[in-house]
Write a protein that binds this ligand. Structure first.
Ligand SMILES: C[S@@+](CC[C@H](N)C(=O)[O-])C[C@H]1O[C@@H](n2cnc3c(N)ncnc32)[C@H](O)[C@@H]1O
Length: 283
């Protein structure tokens, strides 16, 4: 039996691509642009790769790509429709490729935010650090916690969307709720279809990370932040276009991260300790 995640779009990758088309391959091109700008070597690990379309774009751009996801339907679709990369099952919050190392890790469209807890984030960054070459890059693109935590509740009324796919009319109702204590954006989405199938109710959540909080996690785990900004990116309005450089604000609804693995072992640094606990002197 195929593993099902309980998420209609993740379980139906064709439908996912139909709902979130990227005909200009903006996400893949944006990632490739960042990797080139920062001189990354050819090997890339795409975590939470979904349908595989970005991994395949990077492959066709000349990179050697391994792409990982937890969803069996996504991986099956990726292997069939977006060949080139090596597709593997892995949990981005704790993965281990043994002796294999990569020049870069990419994590697109909020995949990183499936690390809901601090422990999962620690596991993700520890795994990334272990899996990257010295000086390797971490490139991520995601929702911006500052945007959601810093405002009143988003979209108070549930958003309704209708579309037809392969002759079936679908209707989805989506409600978002900010869970401030857990720093999670919780989504409830109800689906109905006119093909006689029963209604489906899904619950998803994304971690809401503040930019400075993310910087701290990265520093503690031995990464230098090279860029952290709200756009332009592949999912911003206006969208990133080739040649566009990084912005200098972090207030919009998307966050774009470029970080480099330092050569300093974080276990040997004092990032989490006061400089002089013996004296405790204040300036
Ligand atoms: C929003 S999709 C993004 C897919 C792709 N990166 C893109 O930009 O189109 C998030 C993906 O993360 C995967 N995912 C969720 N939790 C995961 C985990 N713990 N480990 C690996 N993949 C995970 C889901 O199966 C899904 O394919």
């Amino acid at each position: 039996m195929r593993h099902r995640t309980g998420n209609l779009l993740t379980d139906n990758p064709e439908l996912y691509e139909a709902r979130f088309p990227d005909p200009e391959h903006l996400a893949g091109r944006w990632a490739q642009d960042i990797l080139c700008r920062h001189g990354a070597g050819p090997t890339v690990l795409d975590l939470g790769c979904g349908t595989g379309r970005d991994a395949a774009w990077l492959h066709h751009a000349g990179r050697r790509v391994t792409a990982a996801d937890l969803s069996a339907p996504m991986l099956a679709h990726a292997r069939a429709r977006h060949p080139g990369p090596a597709y593997v099952t892995a949990d981005l919050s704790r993965f281990d490729f043994g002796q294999r190392v990569f020049d870069a890790v990419v994590c697109l469209d909020s995949s990183l935010l499936y690390c809901h807890t601090n422990e999962q984030l620690d596991g993700f960054l520890r795994s990334c650090r272990r899996t990257l070459v010295p000086g390797g890059l971490l490139v991520a693109e995601m929702r911006n916690g500052a945007y959601f935590l810093g405002r009143d509740e988003p979209a108070t009324a549930p958003a309704v969307s209708r579309f037809t796919w392969h002759g079936t009319a679908y209707r989805s109702t989506t409600a978002l709720r900010v869970d401030r204590a857990a720093q999670l954006l919780r989504r409830t989405r109800s689906w109905t279809a006119d093909d006689g199938s029963p209604p489906v109710v899904e619950h998803s959540a994304w971690r809401l990370l503040l930019p400075q909080e993310l910087r701290h996690f990265l520093t503690v785990h031995g990464f230098d932040v090279l860029a952290l900004h709200d756009g332009p990116g592949p999912r911003t309005e206006p969208a990133w276009q080739p040649g566009a450089g990084p912005g200098d604000t972090a207030d919009g609804d998307r966050l774009h991260l470029v970080a480099r693995k330092t050569t300093v072992d974080p276990a040997r640094t004092s990032a989490a300790e006061p400089a002089n606990p013996a004296t405790g002197e204040q300036p």
